[in-house]
Design a protein around this ligand. Structure first.
Ligand code: VG1
Ligand code: CO
Length: 573
């Protein structure tokens, strides 16, 4: 065994996006591609010094190329002088489990191999991201430094030791570094046990409560099986599609109404179970359904916030709640009623880390089916399911009743996201540039359902915008204000610009536009639509119907069809 130095040249574009570096598998299969990125990461973390005595956690969502990448990274970690690597059995660790292992074992950080909800297989996507010693995603400062290092790299180092057997628990030595193959579920399950009333959930299942948990052939399966069927006594078969597959069964492991249509069909059927749930490729996302009822992720965060003190881990109350900017304001309303702070951050879990570390927020959530808390530093799919189960068990209310209770008290934040996938990058950039150019003149403009017109100019002391009377029940048709969201981290003062164009109407309805930072082909435009409906008699109007006027405004304002050629979104959540 010896350490080899390999000459290499930089690859363009190794810039991590919303959540790590994601590219096609074929890109990662190029010689030196993964190695360059990992070497850049180690160089930024350790400079010229060895990582002596440090522990690294390593695992992935089990997608195609996971095993090969694990072996390469082990050899590079050995060359870098790490003291110990904890690797999940079979190379598997879900994203929230990696976070849990880093925190519980005092590791200096961890590498997660995942492209999350993106499809897998030889023609699918692969990804890598680094989580720091708090268990959370590397902040922008670090990902930027890694990128810069990839652009000047001339060599990398790795051991020429043989591959390590990953399928059995045990410890192996490589260049003086200990490699411990660990149970991927144990630390994670220990964290959940400390938070939730497992006894109450066990009694719920014993009483005949039925759950269908769709793991989407992804890494959430082993975790859900061990905890929900194993510890909580749910009948065998409660967790379906539970075996992680390298290609996710050829499906899209993204729990939303478009890709979890099979689960939705089960929950809408006459013999539907009491609750449905799903998690994504790396098990950090969650979708929650009641019998015949779909829970919007933004509402989910608000319900968990409202009832948190009924769960043992949060019995002493929440320090605050945080949501990503495009997430609906339902959580804000609950936070206000509870008298706790509500923070609004850019999209992506990395922005929650400082708030959680500083004790400013306890729960966090995103509209993209992500919810979590200070128990780890990632969003956590199964955690959200356990939280809902705990609430159903202790309140005696159904999933639907819990959501309707929220609406009754705070009104309904009717919400939808429209995605336009596969837009050529220049066209997507042109659309955003045109929107940004309009920002200074949007306030006061009115929309009649077809076109925008300048409103009556503002006079001093008058409310902002035009003065057209609004029809009862219609959306506000006058733009109150618009901006490009910028965020100043309240803990370290770092500033993130251009995080999404917000257009807010006089009745507080909102349209947000941003481009995805997780795709690997072309660009995805995300259009987020929100409208508050206080009138309980209108809470059952389907979201797409209630939001139709806002959709028309969004399409007109951004000239979506002109720029993309698309008359309809690809996905509506
Ligand atoms: C998307 C979601 C964002 C989420 C991110 C990572 O990012 O919108 O809310 O944090 O995915 O989730 P973007 O930039 O494509 O909109 V995961 O489960 O893919 O790690
Ligand atoms: Co994910």
């Amino acid at each position: 065994m010896s350490i080899q130095t390999v000459a290499t040249t930089p690859f363009a574009g190794q810039l991590p996006g919303t959540s790590g570096l994601r590219k096609k598998v074929t890109v990662f299969q190029q010689p030196h591609y993964l190695e360059n990125f990992v070497q850049a990461l180690f160089d930024v973390l350790h400079g010229d010094a060895p990582a002596a005595g440090q522990t690294l956690v390593l695992g992935g969502d089990g997608r195609f190329h996971n095993r090969a990448a694990v072996q390469t990274i082990l050899k590079m970690a050995a060359a870098r002088g790490y003291g110990r690597v904890l690797v999940g059995q079979g190379g598997i660790l879900s994203t929230p489990a990696t976070s849990a292992v880093i925190r519980r074992r005092g590791a200096s950080g961890g590498i997660i191999l995942s492209a999350s909800h993106n499809p897998g297989g030889p023609d699918g996507d692969f990804g890598i991201k680094y989580n720091a010693t708090n268990g959370g995603p590397a902040p922008e400062k670090l990902t930027q430094a890694i990128y810069e290092r990839t652009q000047t790299l001339g060599q990398y180092r790795l051991s020429d030791a043989p591959d390590i057997p990953l399928d059995a628990l045990g410890t192996h030595m490589m260049e003086g570094m200990a490699i411990e193959v660990i149970d991927p579920v144990a630390d994670y399950a220990a964290v959940q046990r400390e938070l939730f009333d497992f006894g109450a959930i066990r009694r719920l299942f014993a009483s005949g409560f039925r759950l269908r948990y769709d793991a989407m052939w992804a890494v959430g399966g082993p975790y859900a099986k061990a905890i929900i069927e194993g510890e909580l006594g749910a009948p065998a078969g409660t967790v379906v599609n539970a075996e992680p597959k390298e290609d996710f069964g050829g499906l899209h492991p993204d729990p939303n109404p478009a890709y979890a249509d099979d689960l939705i069909a089960h929950l809408m059927a006459p013999d539907a179970p009491d609750m449905g749930a799903a998690s994504d490729g790396d098990a950090d996302r969650n979708m929650i359904l009641g019998r015949g009822f779909i829970v919007s992720p933004s509402d989910s965060l608000a319900v968990l916030t409202a009832h948190a003190t009924k769960v043992p881990g949060y019995a002493s109350g929440l320090a605050g709640v945080a949501r990503s900017m495009p997430t609906s304001t339902a959580a804000d309303r609950v936070a206000k009623a509870l008298g706790i702070a509500c923070y609004e951050t850019p999209t992506g879990w990395k922005f929650f880390g400082n708030l959680l570390d500083a004790g400013k927020a306890t729960l966090c959530g995103e509209e993209s089916y992500g919810t979590g808390s200070n128990h780890v530093r990632e969003k956590d799919g199964l955690w959200a399911v356990l939280f809902w189960l705990n609430l159903v068990a202790t309140t005696g209310q159904s999933v639907e009743q819990l959501v309707r209770g929220l609406w009754t008290e705070h009104g309904r934040c009717v919400y939808s996201r429209h995605d336009y996938d596969g837009i050529p990058t220049e066209q997507a950039n042109a659309l955003m540039a045109e929107l940004r150019a309009q920002l200074p003149t949007l306030a006061g403009q009115t929309f009649d359902g077809h076109r925008l017109a300048p409103g009556r100019p503002k006079t001093d002391g008058a409310p902002s915008g035009g003065s057209e009377p609004r029809k009862a029940g219609s959306v506000g048709v006058t733009i109150s204000w618009a901006d490009d969201f910028a965020y100043t981290d309240p803990v370290d003062g770092s500033v993130s610009q251009k995080q999404g164009v917000r257009v807010v109407l006089e009745d507080s309805s909102r349209v947000v536009f941003r481009l995805s930072g997780t795709g690997t082909e072309g660009a995805t435009l995300r259009v987020y639509l929100e409208r508050h409906e206080p009138d309980a008699s209108r809470h059952d109007v389907p979201a797409q119907e209630a939001l139709a006027p806002l959709v028309a405004l969004a399409r007109t304002l951004a000239r979506i069809e002109h720029h993309t050629g698309m008359a309809q979104p690809t996905v509506m959540t």
